[in-house]
Design a protein around this ligand. Sequence first.
Ligand code: FES
Length: 132
Amino acid sequence: MASRHIFVCTNGRASGKPACGPRGGDAVVAAVQHELLARGAIEVLVTTCGCLGPCFDGPNAVVYPDGVWYGALAPSDAAALADHLIDGRLLAAKVSQRPGASADVTPDTTGEPADDALNAAHGSRTGNDGQS
Ligand code: FES
């Protein structure tokens, strides 16, 4: 089972707001995958996803089960994002506080199921708060 999972917005369709994919999201995914492969980090996952909501802050990503959001990502952040995925060290300069997110986000080391960690970080919020 993967310990951490990053979802990187690669939405390619701007709908009145900028789209993360062409702004660098696609390149971030490739760079993080390359970094993880180079480190042999098979216990973590990278997945592309559609719009996460805060488009103007993009390219955006979120790491679970930690519930940590990142904004303004660039391919040059790949090594630091890999550090987060593997060791839990946050890329503090790119952490984005999202509505409903705890200001005191720490990696889950309790071994609790991801659903519990997500609920603790975001309450029971579901869905997309900004997609049009
Ligand atoms: S397009 Fe990436 S968050 Fe909306």
